[in-house]
Design a protein around this ligand. Sequence first.
Ligand code: ADP
Length: 188
Amino acid sequence: MTKPVRLVIFGRQGAGKGTQCVKLVEHYGAVHISTGDMLRAAVEEGTEFGRKANEFMSAGQLVPDEVIIGVVRDRLAQEDVRAKGFLLDGFPRTEPQAQALAATIGEDGFDLAVNIEVPLDVVKDRIAGRNRGDDAPEAVERRLADYEAKTVPAVRWFSGIGKLVEVDGVGAEDEVFDRVRTVIDTHL
Ligand code: ADP
């Protein structure tokens, strides 16, 4: 078996991050840790935690750092993740979350952060053309603005420790996947 990969994937809303993550976990056999999926599952189950998280999510806001950090920390400690590696999707989304990740697993606890870069005007066109329940125009604008204000500093943080690679996310899904796979294989 090949060595487990430990990756962080960034991409603003509409960048195709979700699609690429599905292909990547299949290709590398890593555990997909999607904080959006984990939060939606908690909302669906109707747990107290899910109800709290939903107050933020339905308003198009990020859930508080301390809440999501604990959830991710617990998930990273599980045996399947240790054995197969991981692909973090949707976390970290703020600089404090990036620092918390490094405090938990160390700066050598992951291999690489990949930023799937698609310009703002292109993602706005893409989002306008799809039909998702959480795509109300104000909510989309708010999440995109949040991404610039809060998540771009997290992306820069990875750049600062020399672990960020940028991939052009404009193009067909398979083309983008080939680019992402190539940069990962080159850097590992
Ligand atoms: P999107 O990329 O469209 O925002 P996600 O599925 O990644 O979708 O996340 C859905 C929602 O879950 C976010 O809008 C946010 O409210 C919450 N969320 C997910 N990940 C995080 C995180 N790391 N920190 C804070 N909130 C998060």
